[in-house]
Design a protein around this ligand. Structure first.
Ligand SMILES: [Zn+2]
Length: 334
């Protein structure tokens, strides 16, 4: 990425010092806006900073130099062109398909269960790329580090390293980059399917014939609301990567990158930080399920008695969701 700071950006940096305090509502705005000013909606040019902060009433703002006069506090500058666009419209529908046991657990726990990414079946969760292409990646970064080591900051003399010292230092940097790259595998994740309608393939995947299951419907905006109390939570769209040609980002945002063979999932996920010192395997994100769930759809292949079981379980836990039959049961005409 080429950073391209203009005089009006410099004026903002001169007026405000960034303090790094990012509230959950500012994080939501930063993720959703990505490359657009939240005041005038114009696009922030590539390489130019966006300013994330607050107005005089402490409302979150994400603005370009165009509307920076409204900023009272600067939390951090953001260079959107160096990051993935995770934004999903607040009204975008999302679904979670689950078997009856998981559904009952959700009601009983009064929240969503988030699992550690490395506990998922997909072995590529948080992966950098294909093992067969690892040397390409290593060579790229070693080359980058070798250059970095012999390039002093402005005003400093060129360091006198032997070839062995440069090699040893470049390898040390590569090793620590790889250690940091393992961190996203500890993040806590809840997976949703972004789609306006039901998906027959997902019914078959998560509630195969002979089992009993439901799908709960919500929206991306409601997912954000559900984690409003959780610092650092992000709701974002998953990007599918062809690992035969590319690698995942070296940032933590790689938790939003999966193999292109899974692109049918059209996933939207909630990602929550995990403890650094004592990471847990999973966590319940307690939230108002009545607000989160807009409807509960019954598995299309479910036996007729299943509807009664579901409504009994709902009333037992004191929920009154909108209960629907699957659209897949709608009759055709010819
Ligand atoms: Zn603007």
């Amino acid at each position: 990425m080429t950073i391209n700071i203009q005089s009006e950006d410099e004026a903002v940096f001169n007026r405000l010092k960034s303090h790094g305090r990012i509230t959950q509502s500012l994080r939501r705005l930063m993720t959703q806006q990505w490359n657009q000013c939240s005041v005038c909606n114009s696009y922030i040019p590539e390489g130019r900073p966006a300013f994330a902060g607050y107005d005089s009433k402490s409302n979150p703002l994400f603005v370009g130099a165009c509307c920076a006069s409204e900023l009272q506090e600067l939390a951090t500058p953001v260079y959107w062109s160096d990051s993935l666009n995770l934004s999903v419209r607040d009204s975008g529908a999302v679904w979670r398909y689950m078997d009856f046991a998981k559904f009952t657990a959700m009601l009983q726990q009064r929240g969503l269960y988030l699992s550690r990414a490395d506990r998922f079946d997909d072995r590529f969760e948080g992966a950098t790329g294909l093992a067969a292409r690892q040397t390409n990646w290593d060579e790229h970064y070693l080359g980058h580090f070798r250059k970095l080591i012999v390039t002093p900051p402005a005003g400093y003399p060129v360091p006198e390293y032997t070839a062995e010292q440069i090699e040893a230092e470049a390898n040390r940097l590569l090793k620590s980059t790889k250690l940091v790259a393992l961190e996203p595998r500890k993040l806590l994740v809840s997976c949703w399917h972004g789609n306006e309608t039901e998906a027959e393939a997902l019914w078959r995947l998560y509630s195969p014939q002979g089992t009993a299951g439901v799908a709960i419907k919500s929206t991306a905006g409601k997912l954000w609301d559900a984690c409003a109390r959780y610092d650092g939570a992000i709701v974002g769209r998953v990007h599918y990567v062809d690992f035969r040609r590319s690698f995942a980002s070296i940032q933590n945002e790689r938790i939003f990158q999966k193999r292109s063979s899974l692109s049918h999932e059209q996933e939207v996920r909630i990602v929550l930080p995990n403890e650094r010192q004592l990471p847990v395997d999973g966590k319940i994100l307690t939230c108002d399920l009545e607000k989160l769930v807009s409807e509960v759809v019954i598995l299309p292949f479910a036996p007729s008695w299943f509807l009664k079981v579901i409504s009994d379980v709902l009333s037992r836990y004191g929920y009154s969701f909108d209960l629907k039959q699957s659209e897949l049961l709608d009759e055709p005409f010819f």
